[in-house]
Design a binder for this molecule. Structure first.
Ligand SMILES: *[C@@H]1O[C@H](CO)[C@@H](O)[C@H](O)[C@H]1NC(C)=O
Ligand SMILES: *[C@@H]1O[C@H](CO)[C@@H](O)[C@H](O)[C@H]1NC(C)=O
Ligand SMILES: *[C@@H]1O[C@H](CO)[C@@H](O)[C@H](O)[C@H]1NC(C)=O
Length: 473
């Protein structure tokens, strides 16, 4: 079947690089780089010798007696990703490495530049999302087109992706180097891997790529009717920047879809990779971040009736906010409030004139659009009730609880309280949230997972991809 140059997929390719994050002051130079230099790819290939994928290998297992055939490739990919520091704002290095890696393995990769920033230190480095398609089959139309592209023509034929696998390549600070326990000894499924990003979310990134490679190499292990050509042609990978700070990467991608004319065919399903202990998340709480300011009147502390304490106003208001019912649901429990920053006053003997509070609210009620506004209004009413003129109150956009599809056979389920990029991608696709590792250690000094957990997630992603492709038929 011939796809015309007007297909949405072609437009997707054409328009993706023309995107920068919303809110950016100055237009970025529009850049697109379809393929990094081949010398750099070769260099990477030598440096990280990948285990050849053996189509005849047996079915996978996480038992130590039979490690899965992809173990070496998976661990090597994961190690490389974790070893490259990529604290939000500084994703350039890991992005370049990953593009080289994918292209060396036959993937087609496209960069989508996103406005610099995100970090605390005014980082101005170039950074980008990566959009990638699995290797084309020899002799296919797409392969022919890609040969044309190498000759200087632009690729115009690409299947519309039905299923998108996505995760993020930025991590939280501080950097913690990669390490793997019992180095030198045999690696088993119990071997522990530590380092920043080893869980959140470079484990998801490595496992997603390995899952696709494995489905393509061993289509027979799938009991599903979905053919490997569907895995090859209908799946797209998306690795974004800035998830840990503002979601600018995913928003830039989402906006680029919204600006396309005609609009692209909607994705059938999007699989988001975040630490869910290899359980399928039924959703996560919403979030709302607010600044409360209070304005009083300074006075001598011995004559409090001559002044008005901004700190006292804040303390009284916060006590009520913390005790208030801000909404709850069976799935997500209570809406919770973290008083993350308190600032006010100048000295013990002066009635404070000003106070500032920053709160983070985890919203347990929906809908995704509007759920957070509801909570914001409740807090505003409490502040007004305490003092109807002293408070300033501004909140981030915010969103209510986010529901995902967790009705897939053979998966345990979970709900989580952290934010993700799920609400940052507009569209009416089925959403899955799944990934290896435990969120409770992910942002701390103890971030780690075991080889067995990482490998189990490859099997989980394979099942999810096949399930989503089956449903998309
Ligand atoms: C939720 O809040 C209610 C009061 O609003 C409280 O009784 C209940 O224990 C809370 N549940 C949890 C799990 O904290
Ligand atoms: C989203 O998809 C569901 C079924 O998949 C459909 O019932 C619903 O109307 C769609 N909503 C929009 C806004 O397109
Ligand atoms: C490794 O992570 C687990 C959670 O998956 C945690 O309970 C454990 O304390 C961590 N261990 C180390 C040594 O950091």
């Amino acid at each position: 079947m011939r796809v015309t140059t007007l297909s949405p997929a072609a437009l997707l390719l054409t328009l993706l690089p023309l995107t920068v994050a919303a809110g950016q002051q100055q237009q970025q130079p529009l850049q697109s780089q379809l393929r990094p230099s081949s010398s750099s790819s070769q260099h990477q290939q030598q440096q990280y010798h990948h285990q050849p994928l053996d189509a005849a290998a047996t079915a996978t297992s996480t038992k130590d007696s039979t490690p899965p055939p992809y173990r070496d490739a998976l661990l090597s990919l994961h190690k490389s990703l974790v070893s490259i520091e990529s604290i939000t704002g500084n994703e350039n290095g890991v992005g370049r490495w990953l593009v080289d890696y994918l292209v060396a393995r036959g993937y087609t990769a496209e960069l989508q530049f996103v406005a610099p920033g995100g970090g605390d230190d005014g980082n101005e480095k170039e950074r980008f999302n990566i959009v990638a398609w699995p290797p084309a089959e020899e002799g296919s139309d797409r392969h022919e087109e890609e040969r044309g592209e190498k000759l200087g023509k632009r690729a115009v034929v690409r299947a519309d992706p039905k299923v998108v696998l996505t995760s993020h390549i930025d991590v939280v600070p501080p950097y913690i180097p990669y390490s793997i326990s019992d180095e030198g000894d045999a690696i088993t499924s119990r071997t522990m891997i530590k380092g920043r990003g080893s869980v959140d979310a470079k484990a998801s990134v490595a496992a997603m790529i390995t899952a696709i490679d494995d489905l393509l190499a061993r289509p027979s292990t799938s009991s599903s009717s979905t053919s490997s050509s569907s895995v090859r042609n209908d799946v797209m990978l998306l690795f974004v920047v800035d998830e840990e700070v503002a979601g600018a990467g995913m928003r830039a991608f989402s906006d680029s879809l919204a600006r396309m004319h005609p609009p692209p065919r909607p994705f059938s399903a999007v699989i988001f990779g975040e630490p869910t202990e290899n359980k399928l998340a039924c959703g996560h709480k919403g979030a709302l971040f607010c600044d409360i300011t209070a304005r009083g009147v300074a006075a001598h502390s011995g004559y409090p009736w001559l002044g008005k304490s901004a700190n006292e106003l804040v303390v009284r208001a916060l006590a009520r906010v913390l005790d208030a019912d801000l909404g709850s649901s069976d799935l997500f429990g209570n809406t919770t409030v973290n008083v993350g920053l308190l600032q006010g006053g100048v000295a013990g003997n002066v009635i404070p004139e000003r106070a500032l509070v920053k709160i983070g609210v985890r919203v347990a009620v929906g809908p995704q659009e509007g759920g957070a506004k509801h909570v914001e209004e409740k807090i505003r009413r409490i502040l007004d009730d305490v003092d109807d003129e002293a408070f300033g109150f501004t909140c981030s956009q915010g969103y209510g609880s986010v529901e995902c599809d967790c009705d897939v056979p053979d998966f345990d389920t979970i709900t989580v309280n952290y934010g993700t990029d799920v609400p940052n991608l507009a569209g009416n696709h089925t959403r899955y949230l799944y990934g290896p590792g435990d969120i409770l250690v992910a942002h701390g000094a103890r971030e780690n997972l075991t080889v067995g957990v990482l490998e189990e997630s490859v099997e989980g992603y394979k099942k999810l991809i096949l399930h989503a492709l089956d449903r998309a038929q």
